[in-house]
Write a protein that binds this ligand. Structure first.
Ligand code: GLN
Length: 303
């Protein structure tokens, strides 16, 4: 598999040469000042190997990639009951949009737009203190990555609490349709803290192994649920950029405004990429480019 290692180094070189980084998320003060000219990629393959290039041991804010872990935890806890509160359709709107919530009566389109993620986290919280739900998510992530060195950056969480008016608006709108059951500050606080989990690309790629169905991955989710999470990542993982991502990369993926990407090549590999500058959809700009190069180079597209 030296070929794959060579390919990752070539991709990393090309990304640094092109230097087309985009801008880090400006609305979360702790993320706004991150240097955009950074790149990392890690790939776990079916034979149990992990290959990396770039800053693969540098922790970054996983932000909305955490929605995958919160969804897995919630499916484990309440299973299909979740679908009475949130849908499985792409939204065609940005991650923090409120427009569809009005016409669709407080039923968010999917668990990956912010409204749907708030409902998912609210279901996981289910009357407990936030620290218990957060411990469940963090424990899951650590088990999936086989690494205890994964933490929540409370400065990032606090910085989002200050600027999180849109998420607050979404939460209150959900309450008006009886689709938020805990006090909104508790659900929002849990959500901001789950988004502030920090991981390296090596840890994130390892966490994705179970979704890729790789042997040796800790079995924290049934293959039935894993298939469904992959389907949602394929159709909704990049918000209104999901069609473009399917077109260019052809693999299930989930992005975060910290610049992280988790990408699943079913039965073949789990991929994590990080570059903090974003494109117009709020997804990593150089990361998406690197994902397209990897998909072209390997032929891993599911299409
Ligand atoms: N914490 C961010 C927010 O709620 C996550 C958004 C994202 O990563 N797309 O706005």
């Amino acid at each position: 598999m030296h070929d794959l290692q060579d390919m990752l180094l070539r991709i990393s070189d090309q990304i640094y040469r092109e230097a087309d980084w985009g801008q880090p998320a400006q609305y979360i003060p702790e993320l706004a000042s991150v240097d955009p000219a950074q790149f990392a990629i890690s790939v776990c393959t079916a034979d149990g190997q992990t290959y990396s290039a770039g800053l693969a041991e540098k922790s970054f804010s996983i932000q909305s990639v955490s929605k995958v872990f919160a969804l897995i935890a919630t499916l484990g806890r309440i299973g299909d009951q979740l679908w009475s509160r949130v849908g499985r359709e792409p939204s065609g709107t940005s991650f923090d949009s409120i427009v569809l919530l009005e016409s669709e009566k407080g039923h968010p389109r999917n668990p990956f737009v912010n409204a749907g993620a708030l409902v998912t986290t609210d279901a996981l919280l289910s009357g407990r203190e936030p620290k218990f739900a957060l411990a469940e998510i963090l424990g899951l992530v650590r088990a999936m990555s086989e690494s205890d060195d994964i933490h929540i950056n409370s400065d990032v969480a606090k910085s989002e609490e200050v600027t999180g008016s849109r998420n607050r608006a979404l939460a209150h709108y959900l309450i008006s349709y009886d689709n938020l059951l805990n006090p909104p500050e508790l659900t929002l606080g849990t959500y901001f803290h789950q988004c502030a989990i920090e991981m390296t690309t090596i840890q994130l790629a390892k966490a994705g192994r179970i979704l890729a169905g790789l042997d040796g991955a800790p079995r924290v989710i049934s293959s039935h649920h894993a298939r469904r999470v992959n389907a949602l990542m394929m159709t909704c993982g990049h918000y209104d950029g999901s069609g473009d991502f399917a077109f260019e990369v052809g693999l299930p993926g989930k992005s975060g405004v910290g610049g992280g990407l988790l990408i699943i090549a079913p039965n073949v590999a789990s991929v994590a990429i990080w570059s903090p500058g974003l494109n117009d959809y709020g997804n990593s700009k150089a990361g998406t480019r690197a994902a397209a190069l990897l998909s072209q180079g390997t032929g891993w597209s599911i299409f």
